[in-house]
Design a protein around this ligand. Structure first.
Ligand code: FMN
Length: 257
């Protein structure tokens, strides 16, 4: 489901209603070169403080929409990243940890995201596959430079059903399917020609027939327990909203930047 970007309004406790106080809150060495303190702080005040209601400021400083469903917000941001990001917006850093709690991280591509979780595909006998078979917990981190945004996802991991992996594998170009057979991912490679030779062998083996999905290649689904949205803001006063799953509902709270 794609949503239009929304501007959120959140209540904050008033620090001050006095413009002079606000000016003094931000020393001039934090201001961009050439900007005088007073107009910049006034702009900051006007941008952030809309009005006071029931003794509290209503502010637009926090720009992350608060939805009941963080998946909808994720898709909203991903959609915006698809339009603006120069690189692949589905690229995410995947962190795993070994049975000895040694962490490792690498990039993967997100292939599906719905209420059941975030799916990526890989070789199950790779280093990450070893980690996940021993310790089925993972974190994904998306960074969209063009939007100054980050999303962090954490949760337990399970293999996708075989039929789902077969369906996805069948959509891959044949050369990529052969590559999944030829590469014993993360294992030592004597030299490049050894990989080339394996590609030739599997290309000959499958010929013109359909390439089946290797049993050592499939997808993992990260079932999110925590999803944190981060939006860059002025003066490093970034906006962060953490969603934590409680059964079928999500609670959210703001975090200090
Ligand atoms: C942008 C990008 C996307 C990648 N996507 C995947 C992917 O979806 N699946 C995968 O197995 N490796 C992917 N890789 C390669 C991994 O980062 C990594 O090198 C490989 O999976 C082996 O990791 P491991 O030894 O920790 O298991 C990608 C690399 C980059 C730079």
């Amino acid at each position: 489901m794609q949503l239009k970007a929304q501007k959120s309004i959140r209540y904050v406790t008033p620090v001050t209603s006095n413009l002079e106080d606000i000016r003094h809150t931000f020393p001039s060495d934090n201001l961009p070169a050439g900007k005088s303190k007073a107009p910049y702080c006034r702009q900051l005040l006007y941008k952030n403080a809309i009005c006071q209601k029931n003794g509290r400021w209503i502010t637009s400083l926090m720009s992350i929409p608060e939805l009941n469903d963080p998946l909808a917000l994720f898709h909203n941001w991903l959609h915006e990243a698809e339009e603006k990001e120069v690189g692949d917006p589905t690229a995410a850093c995947l962190a795993t940890a070994s049975i000895d709690a040694i962490p490792s991280a690498r990039m993967v591509l997100l292939k599906n995201a719905d209420s059941s979780g975030f799916v990526f595909y890989t070789n199950l006998e790779s280093r990450k596959g070893d980690d996940l078979s021993n310790n089925p917990q993972a974190a994904l981190c998306f960074h969209w430079e063009s939007l100054h945004r980050q999303v962090r996802i954490e949760g337990s991991v399970a293999l996708v059903p075989g039929g789902e992996a077969d369906q996805y594998f069948s959509t891959r170009p044949k050369a990529v399917q052969i590559g999944a057979w030829a590469s014993t991912q993360s294992k030592p490679l004597k030299n490049r020609s050894h990989l080339d030779q394996r590609v030739v062998e599997y290309t000959a083996k499958f010929g013109k027939s359909t390439v089946p999905r290797p049993t050592h290649w499939s997808g993992y689904r990260v079932a999110p327990e925590r999803i944190e949205f981060w939006q860059q803001e002025d003066f490093r006063l970034h906006d962060r909203v953490l969603y934590v799953r409680d059964g079928s509902i999500w609670h959210h709270k703001s975090l200090f930047p």
